[in-house]
Design a protein around this ligand. Sequence first.
Ligand SMILES: Nc1ncnc2c1ncn2[C@@H]1O[C@H](COP(=O)(O)OP(=O)(O)OP(=O)(O)O)[C@@H](O)[C@H]1O
Ligand SMILES: Cc1ncc(C[n+]2csc(CCOP(=O)(O)O)c2C)c(N)n1
Ligand SMILES: [Mg+2]
Ligand SMILES: [Mg+2]
Ligand SMILES: [Mg+2]
Length: 343
Amino acid sequence: MAVRLHEIGEFGLIARLKEIVWRTDARVMVGIGDDAAVVTYERPVVMTTDALVQGIHFTRDTMTPETTGAKAVVATLSDLAAMGAVARHLLVTLALPPDTDVEEILAMYRGMADVCETYDVTLIGGDVVSTGGPLVISVTATGELLDKPLLRSGAKPGDILFVTGDLGGSAGFLHALFADRLTMLMPLDLALLRERHQRPTPQFAAAQILAEEGCTSLNDVSDGLASEAHEIAEASGVHLVIEADRIPIPPALRAYARMGRESPLDFALYGGEDYQLVGTVDVRRAGRVLARMQASGVRFTIIGRVTDGAPGVELLSQGIYQTIEKRGYNHFEAALRGDKEIR
Ligand SMILES: Nc1ncnc2c1ncn2[C@@H]1O[C@H](COP(=O)(O)OP(=O)(O)OP(=O)(O)O)[C@@H](O)[C@H]1O
Ligand SMILES: Cc1ncc(C[n+]2csc(CCOP(=O)(O)O)c2C)c(N)n1
Ligand SMILES: [Mg+2]
Ligand SMILES: [Mg+2]
Ligand SMILES: [Mg+2]
């Protein structure tokens, strides 16, 4: 029989959560249990927050409780990576419907604790409230800068444009699920697309190399490559050219897209939730950066270049340039359309 939240109460829950995430951390003077946490840092502190909402970012069909917890942490850590920071601590706020099964919350926390171990991050506090609406997980993270922050604003004409990992797989999984086409996929292709959606990873290894070697701009891909590239173009006041054929798209996504005559490129450009890094590097440093990425086992692909001209993004495909819009996942547009599907 499932134990419901109202049976163990707020304090009972916090005691259970504390057990799951407890770890030693010399920077933590006060962790879970007092009015606030106390930590010690030596360098500039980076702070960021992101939230996941049931029905918008995940459902029982798209995610498990464990992968939901892990992904909530990764979505936030990804922004620390995109600033060139090393991750340190987390605060997690949960808004929970009162009839939530306690075991689901514990599983979510096991997913969070796993990611914390992997990236040497400690969960030092948070808040639990009840809600009449859907479940919400908000994750706030701190990080430390070992060097300068990596901003969206320094791209300059002549730089190369790169992306880490591959793009579009997460959106491809959702599309296949919502179109009821999962069973059409080969088992290994399905496993890869599901992994991209359910278990994204923050790109700290790549970010650390970029922080050391210098990159002129950096952003993480939460809303889709088109949207994130536009953010760099606008912040830097430059024009970007993306070569369509260079965009790294997983073969599993190509296979899926062929079945329904979908464009694999559209998933990469407008899908989102890849949590890869997109940015620019001075062309003279590109070779060295690429070599270091390869030596560290990070997939690093040059997908285009920075030119002068009005801020914007163009796609070069089969010799033809076309302007691409700043389109991607947009919360309020999606809500207005009452989306259950993604584009
Ligand atoms: N409610 C808010 N109050 C103040 N600042 C905000 C708020 N929401 C977002 N911001 C700020 O706006 C900027 C852009 O935030 P945004 O959430 O779009 O970036 P992101 O986290 O990279 O994208 P995503 O949320 O898609 O992962 C950040 O500096 C962020 O701190
Ligand atoms: C059930 C379900 N429907 C749709 C999506 C797609 N989705 C939701 S939010 C988002 C962008 C990133 O969010 P944010 O901008 O808040 O970081 C995307 C691509 C999903 N993951 N689950
Ligand atoms: Mg955000
Ligand atoms: Mg971001
Ligand atoms: Mg974010």
